[in-house]
Design a protein around this ligand. Structure first.
Ligand SMILES: [Fe+2]
Ligand SMILES: [Fe+2]
Length: 472
């Protein structure tokens, strides 16, 4: 009895874990494996404690509790958004029926697959980012990195909870596999390509949190619509945390662009290398890379699987509730991107099979907001240069454009031309080596690296100079 009480203390939750002894035992046996994964694959920089936000409940007060904690003792909990007892299914053939509290047998395999794919990305990004602490540009940034890392750990808990609670033995096996696959591993890599790329420097980290975490936002947005209510409620709460990850990316790139712009102005030059900053064309190349690999995460332009998920009610559209149509789409058509006679163009398909394209377009529109924001920084510095999103056919490895090469303007290139020119569009070894050469740790209170501007405000009302992290 004492053990049980301790355990529910250890895993803060709002799912009444103590009432389900079997589930509690299952999670109890998974927990040490999670902790040993965190120890061996999580952040490598030794710290005493970090000023972290911990979710202790889902209410307005509970989900953002700030304090210095040792990361290993972070209280990874299980939180689902409040249940709406009257919730109805919003789309597909079951539209209007009550949301499901249990998994319907016929959709079990598909739901499990979607949860596993989402779950796999969460620990993957922790693995990708594990060495970044050693080169943090400030204690503020170091704290933000660790905040993202512990929350991705919590998102893994969120998916593992669903697997344990609703998918029986198969779910428990999948939960084990989520700790066995590793980012970049040759024998058992993570499921999705972008999650096997390295995040070797902070420019990559900010691009990743801007572009790749934003893919996560859109995937979670579609699962939040799910007829399977526990999944919907889980994703709704994850989205709250996710917005901080995108804040880290957006403002990180803001601050890099601002620093570069400042040095360009002060010294009347585009070449800021002499001043230890990152040239705009290098920033553009990193943007090109992270954006194009993130576009691939949305899958093929057309997909009958995704059409079936929608019809079944297990995965909806972004902002399903705000769409002005019948939410069934059986008679609608949609224009998707396509390669026809060697040209990047569009073609009409049944709306249901074009849902990946629909989601990718919502995402692209959102990505453009960041670019506009960075361009305003350049404009305010009276600089004529602008950043931009590359063409949809640029550097794609999934979907209609996987077999061709194109410039960021969308001009098609032969394989030979691509090889000759790709260094103009994507980071070269020289660019990467330069960016890595700037990655010297600044772990002193109130100090910051030369390639990035300080933030305008600190975390939770604290100043930039605050001791966000105590190193070991
Ligand atoms: Fe996440
Ligand atoms: Fe995230």
């Amino acid at each position: 009895m004492t053990t049980a009480a301790d355990y529910s203390e250890k895993i803060p939750n709002n799912v009444e874990l103590h009432e389900d002894r079997r589930l509690q035992r299952a999670l109890e046996s998974w927990q040490p494996n999670f902790l040993s994964w965190w120890e061996s694959m999580g952040p490598t920089l030794p710290t005493q404690d970090v000023y972290l936000r911990t979710a202790v409940n889902v209410g307005r007060e509970g989900w953002a509790h700030f304090g210095h904690v040792a990361m290993r003792d972070y209280r990874w909990g299980i939180f689902l958004a409040e249940r709406d007892p009257d919730r109805r299914i919003g789309f597909g053939q079951h539209r209007g029926e009550p949301a499901w509290q249990q998994v319907p047998g016929e959709y079990r395999a598909d739901l499990q697959r979607l949860i596993v794919i989402q779950g796999d990305t969460e620990p993957a990004s922790v693995e990708q980012q594990r060495n970044l602490g050693a080169t943090a540009p400030s204690l503020y940034d170091l704290r933000n990195l660790f905040q993202v890392n512990v929350e991705e750990g919590r998102h893994l808990w969120a998916m593992v909870y669903l697997l344990h609670a609703h998918f029986g033995r198969d779910g428990r096996e999948e939960a084990e596999q989520l700790l066995h696959r590793n980012s970049g591993s040759l024998e058992s890599p993570r499921i999705l390509g972008a999650f096997n790329e390295e995040t070797p420097d902070w420019l990559s980290f900010f691009m990743f949190t801007y572009f790749t975490d934003r893919d996560g936002k859109y995937q979670l947005g579609t699962l939040k619509e799910s007829a399977f209510d526990p999944l919907s409620r889980t994703c709704e709460f994850m989205l709250k945390e996710e917005s901080h990850h995108m804040f880290v990316g957006t403002t990180g790139i803001d601050r890099i662009v601002a620093r570069t712009a400042q040095l360009m102005r002060e010294n009347d030059t585009d070449d800021v290398v002499a001043y230890g900053a990152i040239p705009l064309d290098t920033i553009q190349k990193y943007l090109n890379f992270h954006y194009s690999v993130s576009l691939d995460l949305f899958g093929s332009e057309t997909s009958t699987n995704v059409a079936n998920y929608f019809t079944a009610g297990i995965k909806g559209r972004w902002a399903e509730g705000r769409r002005k149509d019948d939410h069934r789409l059986t008679d609608d058509s949609f224009l998707v991107d396509a390669l026809i006679d060697g040209a990047a163009t569009q073609t009409e398909v049944a709306a249901l099979v074009g849902l990946n394209t629909d989601l990718r377009r919502e995402y692209i529109g959102d990505c453009q907001n960041g670019v506009n924001r960075w361009n305003r920084i350049l404009q305010e510095a009276d600089l004529p240069q602008r950043l931009r999103l590359p063409h949809i056919a640029f550097n794609r490895r999934v979907g209609a454009f996987a077999g061709i090469e194109a410039t960021p303007d969308g001009e098609l290139l032969s394989a030979q031309e691509w090889e000759r020119r790709k260094g103009d569009f994507l980071p070269t070894d020289v660019d990467k080596t330069y960016v890595r050469s700037l990655m010297k740790p600044v772990h002193e209170r109130g100090k910051i690296a030369a390639w990035i501007a300080p933030p305008r405000v600190g975390i939770n009302g604290r100043p930039f100079e605050y001791e966000y992290v105590h190193l070991a």
